[in-house]
Design a protein around this ligand. Structure first.
Ligand SMILES: NC(=O)c1ccc[n+]([C@@H]2O[C@H](COP(=O)([O-])OP(=O)(O)OC[C@H]3O[C@@H](n4cnc5c(N)ncnc54)[C@H](O)[C@@H]3O)[C@@H](O)[C@H]2O)c1
Length: 799
């Protein structure tokens, strides 16, 4: 039936039943087992709205398939299969000259019990039916295979009701024959690529581009093969090429052949009708080859859709690509060569939907087909093709159904505090005298045996690196100690390179915040490849990173338990952040023997860092109960033990309590975030190389007074934790008293009180104010900060 209807040779038609049912089965299988109907988005990229985010693919609805006359049953099976396996219904309109096999499929669907209305076949003239289908408001999608002119019309008609449209349109594909191609294969590829099914195939290789070196001989061999093809009745088993589909198509082909001759192309063979004995008068046309065709001739630019091929010449691979791309079409193409690397380079450069290397006309149910440029929109077959038959729905499920949990909706609130709780603190903490001895067990429990120590020169000089190396026994594969204060991306890259060279499977960081933060970034870079700058991101990681054991040697960054790495970006002169639950160190060891030698000045400064963490976490707009408890207890411990640790560095009990307070403050701010004091400290630290904790301490009381009204209740609690008797005070007065208490503590521990003492120049304050305003920490400050003049005023006070 298919052969009688379309003129296809029986040698081809006899496969269609099997191929069509194969496509239905394969696409059905893919839709049922492989297609990603639902996809979880593990991290949304929005740090302010914790939620489950996922994608659901849903059917589009009523799909119309409009198909051409060249491969009726194949095209019908594609359109039906894509639509129904993805849960849609389909209205199929076969070409008016070849409707029969589609009607047989409709009967088969009915006999099989497919519910009425799922598969519909409508026959009739394209102009009228097409218009009805493409403008009908109940139609959701149109999939059309046919000419570019009609495709453009369909797109126009569909636009009024904004239907989804996929189009498989015309082509003028280039089949590129390189000088190193296998000659027998290439000649056959050129012949088969063009004359298969009388050339009535959209993706035919109708422009054969041949390397100059082999051009003449190649054309000669092609002509010989073309003349050997048997043109005749399609049901005779030995026929290679049947009739054209209609008198109209025959006339088109004859017209183009006349045009080719007029344009000056050399007609090598063919160019005439064929009259097989007994079938005279049929629409048979001889395989026709034009040589010495220039690519700007109309026969090389326009789709002929018959057994006519243009053979063009090129002299370099670049020229072949240029000619191939000089077309309004981009449906398919081929490269014949014995050098696959060379062929692949060319295949990648041709702007077209399919490239065959040493082959042509090969389709696969799981490999997508479709066109670049005016050859179409969208794809068919494979997962990509099936996705065209779905809508994408994103579903967002807020993880906290509370008005006050909504950071964004809080824009409409005068009290933008978030009060729900999401808390994660996975670090295993070992604290107390002698806990460094637990290090080998920590390494083994992480499944590791090759630890690299990260540290800095000061820590090494204090003898601490050696202590840790001894504790690690055989597990230490090397030490990287070239970490400056506030280390930068280049340091992370250098340390990562060393870890890669050593084959390290875990990192042991020994030092202050600069070392521990560097280690966090190294763990991310080691795990994910590339360089540090590739990984500056917020909440992007979906799995654990390279294991990390942090051993702090200063008194207060808390970095050993936090989810943030602060790294200096020297190019931007700015601190940049990785914020992610997956960078929290696995183990923290707080052994007082490692902080005992820390100079009093640094003990005070890093202690003030922890106090700033606690106060800012307590007053942040993201503050919540767990963090409040941690922050307040951190303040109590610091108030009692920081002065002792500063006064007598060897007071082990004070050292441990200060370290524990730093952890608690770190846990608190990891969830609740910090505020304006940190923005200012990051800025002054970056621009003037002042120590982070020291600047935090200097600016903190000023920021507390700035926030006194907006966070009166929280600062009043801070005042109590710092030992102030607030019995007869309003919250606002208590808040101010908390700031005074911080200053009193600073004097007690001989902490610098002004930025001037640190050598920060006064004329730098204005730039610093603007810079600080752009730091993300200001987002969470209790009192909204929008005005650089306000920040400047605080910096002046601090100066
Ligand atoms: N990721 C976080 O959670 C977090 C929190 C706070 C601060 N930070 C960052 O940490 C950095 C500041 O860290 P820091 O204050 O610990 O300073 P640091 O790491 O820069 O160390 C300061 C100096 O102290 C020396 N030192 C450290 N321990 C010593 C010891 N026991 N004995 C003698 N000398 C010792 C070091 O060699 C260094 O010269 C800043 O970059 C800051 O942004 C990160």
């Amino acid at each position: 039936m298919e052969s009688m209807d379309s003129g296809q040779i029986i040698g081809l038609s006899k496969f269609w039943g099997m191929l069509a049912s194969g496509t239905l089965r394969n696409l059905g299988y893919y839709a049922a087992t492989e297609f990603p109907w639902e996809e979880e988005i593990p991290f949304s990229g929005n740090v302010f709205a914790p939620a489950r985010e996922y994608i659901r693919r849903e059917p589009i609805g009523v799909c119309v398939g409009i198909i051409p006359w060249n491969f009726p049953i194949s095209m019908a099976s594609w359109k039906i299969a894509h639509a129904i396996v993805m849960g849609n219904t389909v209205v199929l309109k076969p070409a008016s000259v070849t409707p029969l096999t589609a009607l047989i499929m409709a009967e088969a669907a009915q006999a099989a019990g497919i519910p009425h209305g799922v598969i519909n076949v409508l026959t009739g003239p394209g102009a009228e039916l097409g218009k009805t289908l493409c403008t009908h408001p109940d139609v959701d999608k149109i999939a059309f295979t046919g000419s570019t002119v009609v495709g453009a019309d369909i797109m126009r008609m569909a636009s009024d009701t904004v239907k989804k449209v996929t189009l498989e349109l015309g082509g003028k594909s280039a089949n590129i024959i390189l000088d190193d191609a296998d000659p027998d294969l290439a000649v056959e590829g050129a012949i088969f690529g063009t004359f298969f099914h009388q050339g009535q195939v959209c993706e035919s290789g109708t422009r054969v581009l041949v390397a100059g070196k082999i051009y003449d001989e190649f054309v000669e061999r092609m002509a010989k093969r073309a003349e050997e093809l048997r043109v005749g009745y399609q049901l005779l088993p030995g026929t290679h090429q049947g009739p054209l589909v209609s008198a109209g198509q025959l006339a088109t082909v004859e017209g183009y052949v006349r045009l080719g001759v007029d344009e000056g192309a050399e007609l090598v063979t063919g160019g005439t009708r064929v009259h097989p004995p007994g079938f005279e008068g049929g629409f048979y046309y001889a395989p026709t080859i034009f040589a010495n065709v220039r690519n700007d001739m109309r026969i090389a630019q326009e789709e002929i859709f018959g057994p006519v091929v243009c053979v063009e010449r090129f002299d370099s691979d670049e020229e072949a690509v240029t000619i191939a791309n000089d077309s309004m079409y981009g449906l398919a193409g081929g490269v014949f060569s014995n050098n696959y690397a060379r062929a692949e380079r060319i295949a990648r450069q041709v702007r077209t939907g399919t490239m065959w290397i040493n082959n042509f006309h090969i389709f696969a149910d799981f490999a997508p087909f479709g066109g670049y440029k005016q050859s179409g929109v969208g794809r068919e077959l494979g997962g990509v093709g099936l996705a065209e038959y779905t809508q994408v729905k994103r579903i967002h499920m807020n993880a906290a159904a509370s008005r006050t949990a909504n950071f964004t909706m809080n824009l409409f609130s005068d009290d933008p505090r978030v009060d729900t709780l999401q808390y994660k603190a996975p670090t295993n903490v070992l604290a107390g005298h002698g806990t460094l001895a637990g290090l080998p067990q920590a390494v083994v429990s992480l499944g590791c045996r090759r630890a690299m120590i990260l540290t800095d020169a000061g820590v090494r000089q204090a003898g601490l690196t050696q202590l840790v190396q001894n504790a690690l026994c055989d597990f230490c594969v090397g030490v990287f100690d070239d970490i400056p204060a506030d280390s930068d991306l280049a340091t992370v890259d250098a340390a990562t390179a060393k870890a890669r060279e050593l084959g390290a499977d875990c990192i042991v960081s020994v030092g202050g915040g600069s070392v521990i933060d560097t280690a966090k970034a190294v763990c991310v870079t080691l795990k994910n490849g590339g360089e540090a700058n590739d990984h500056i991101a917020l909440m992007r990681l979906t799995e654990p990173q390279t294991p990390h054991i942090a051993i702090p040697t200063t008194a207060g960054t808390g970095s050993e338990v936090t989810n943030v790495a602060v790294i200096h970006d020297a190019k931007m002169d700015r601190k940049v952040y990785i914020v992610d639950a997956n960078i929290i160190p696995n183990v923290a060891i707080l052994d007082p023997r490692l902080t005992i030698g820390l100079p009093a000045r640094l003990t005070a400064a890093t202690g003030m860092d922890a106090i700033t963490h606690a106060v800012e976490a307590l007053t942040s707009t993201l503050a919540q109960a767990v963090c409040d408890g941690q922050a307040l207890h951190a303040l109590r411990l610091m108030k009692e033990f920081l002065p002792r640790a500063v006064a007598n560095g060897e007071d082990e009990q004070a050292r441990v309590q200060v370290s524990v307070a730093a952890c608690m403050a770190g846990w608190a701010f990891s969830t609740a975030q910090v505020g304006l004091a940190h923005s200012m400290a990051h800025t002054i630290g970056t621009l003037h190389h002042a120590h982070h904790g020291t600047v935090c301490g200097i600016v903190l009381p000023k920021v507390m007074r700035f926030n006194a009204e907006h966070a009166a209740d929280k600062l009043a609690m801070a005042a109590q934790a710092l030992g102030v008797d607030t019995t007869d005070m309003t919250d606002h007065d208590a808040a101010l008293a908390a700031a005074d208490a911080v200053e009193a503590l600073m004097r007690e521990i001989k902490h610098p009180m002004t930025l001037r003492e640190l050598g920060v120049p006064e004329d730098a304050l204005e730039a610093a104010a603007l810079h600080a305003l752009a730091d993300t920490a200001t987002l969470f400050n209790a009192r909204p900060v929008y005005d650089p003049a306000e920040v400047l005023e605080l910096l002046r006070q601090a100066f």
